[in-house]
Design a protein around this ligand. Structure first.
Ligand SMILES: Cc1cc2nc3c(=O)[nH]c(=O)nc-3n(C[C@H](O)[C@H](O)[C@H](O)COP(=O)(O)O)c2cc1C
Length: 195
């Protein structure tokens, strides 16, 4: 297994967030990867075109962490059938070019997961998130999809039980993210040698 530097972004600011718990579990299930858990969503200023230059320090920190990551794993709650405003705000900042560099998330391998206590497991939020990431030209894992419904009943002391299908599926998402990252790297190398 190729080790990755994974930037983990939870769309929830809540202390006992199910989605942040999910990202901690993903880290335990992929011990060969190095996880950087981003917890600055709540400190980002509201996106404002008038305040892009110079970029606020919190934005510079987020961009750097995305750039340094091989891949990004986003776990988002569903708020009113979409993604939380704090996550959308971060994505709006990340959609903007930084100096000579393009947008930090462009061409970046990204996997999307989500947990909800409800019966639909963030399906609508994930659709909304995929639409935004598509517009940002991120490379998004398409399969498998990971939707954790009734998530408050699925964790046992913050862990997904060993025999739970959700745990296997989360491993499969990490595998797919690894494969996507490898193939994007290979394509970049091939492209570089052609030109
Ligand atoms: C403003 C708001 C809107 C919500 N809307 C939805 C929704 O549309 N669908 C859903 O499944 N859960 C919804 N929920 C419930 C969240 O799924 C639940 O609070 C979840 O635990 C949030 O994720 P977290 O545990 O990672 O913070 C909503 C919660 C809030 C606070």
């Amino acid at each position: 297994m190729t080790p990755l530097n994974v930037l983990a972004i939870s769309g929830s600011l809540r202390r006992d967030s199910l989605n942040t718990t999910l990202l901690r579990e993903a880290e335990r299930l992929g011990p060969h990867h190095r996880f950087d858990h981003y917890d600055g969503l709540g400190r980002l200023p509201h996106f404002n075109e008038d305040e892009e230059h110079p970029a606020p320090s919190a934005v510079i920190d987020l961009r750097r962490r995305v750039q340094e990551a091989d891949a990004v794993l986003i776990a988002s709650p569903e708020y009113n059938a979409s993604i939380p405003g704090a996550l959308k705000n971060a994505l709006d900042w990340l959609s903007r070019p930084a100096g000579d560099d393009g947008p930090a998330l462009a061409l970046k391998p990204v996997a999307v997961v989500g947990a909800s206590p409800g019966p639909f497991g963030t399906v609508r939020a994930q659709l909304a998130l995929r639409q935004v990431l598509h517009k940002m030209n991120a490379r998004v894992v398409q399969q498998p999809e990971f939707l954790l419904f009734q998530a408050h009943q699925q964790f046992d002391d913050g862990r997904l039980p060993e025999d739970s299908p959700a745990r296997q599926l989360l491993c499969a998402v990490l595998d797919a993210l690894t494969q996507l990252t490898i193939s994007e790297r290979q394509q970049a190398l091939t492209g570089a040698s052609v030109h």
